[in-house]
Structure formats: structure tokens, C-alpha cells
Design a protein around this ligand. Sequence first.
Ligand code: 5GP
Length: 179
Amino acid sequence: MDNKIKVRDKEFGIYLTAQEIDLAVSRVADSINHDMKGKVPLFLVVLNGAFMFASDLLKKIKVDNNISFVKLSSYTGTRSSQVVSELIGLNEVVKGRTVVILEDIIDTGLTMKRMLEILRQQEAADVKIATLVYKPGAFTEDYKIDYIGLEIPNDFILGYGLDYDGFGRNLPDIYKIVE
Ligand code: 5GP
């Protein structure tokens, strides 16, 4: 592991090691296994960022489950002021299911709010949220986040699925921007 890396024009310093991340992923998996006993959850992996978290987490899940990879696409509606977002890639029926959303990071919470609205419209029986990283200082919403791997201050991070300008997603550790 390098202590300092340069990605594009920015310097990043090591912040959370692969080992610390693995411990956090295991804690989340243990809680999900406990809560989902006797249920068959549908995991929704929010692309792109959550792919690495989901891959490691799902290997530790012991209950029967289904997995779907989704993306929230935003496009401008017919009126230019109107920004609409929809969930693409959902190939399972959500109605009546226990859904667990797997997200890389919750910052302001707006993205997740939209996901929750869509899943409610589709009549999911129960929706749980699991995020690897949470920034409580940036969160402006009022819904509950059920499973949190790591809480961090309002710093920009990359690695372990998270990118800066499209780079750095493959890094096994998480780095923080050096101001
Ligand atoms: P929110 O809607 O919760 O404000 O933001 C969610 C999205 O913003 C995340 O899915 C992620 O793509 C991006 N994001 C927020 N904070 C960070 C960060 O520290 N690093 C990276 N790479 N992306 C972030």
C-alpha cells in the first residue's frame, strides 16, 4: 500500500486500509445475516461505486438471496427545468420483497432518497439501507440508515470502488484528499 498517491491533478493520503475496510464489511454482513434470518432479501447493488463493497459483502452473506445491479440515471425531462431520475437495470420484481440497498457512500443522502421513493412506488415490503461509508456531517435527510460500515467527516475519498474523475476505483484501500 502506498501512503500517498496522485490521481489526476490531486494528491491523496491513505485513510482506511484494506484490513480496516474488511472489518467494517464483516460487521455489516453479521448484522444483515442476523436481521435477515428466515427471509430471502433482494440485494440492490448501486453501480458504479458499490461494486467492490457488494462483492466482498455478499461473499459473507449466509441467507438465500437474489442480487440485482442498478443505476440511478438522471436525465432532463421535456421541460429543461425538470430533472427526472429512474432506476435502470432492475430485473427482479420488487413488490412484496425485502430489499437491501448496497451503496458505497451516503453524503447528502439525496441519491438514496430517490431510490427509496422508487422502491416505495414499486411496493417493496421492506427496504433496508446498507452503506460502506457515511458522512453524518453532510446528511440532510431524515430516513434511517440501517447498516453503516464506517462514519467519516466531510472529506473527499477515493478507492475501493469510489472514483475521482473516473480513476481510482480499483484501489484496495481508501484514500483521502490532501488539501
Ligand atoms: P449523495 O446523494 O448522498 O449526496 O451522494 C451520493 C454520491 O456522491 C455517491 O454515490 C458518490 O458517487 C458521490 N460521493 C459523495 N461523497 C463522495 C466521496 O467522498 N468520494 C467519492 N468518490 N464520491 C463521493
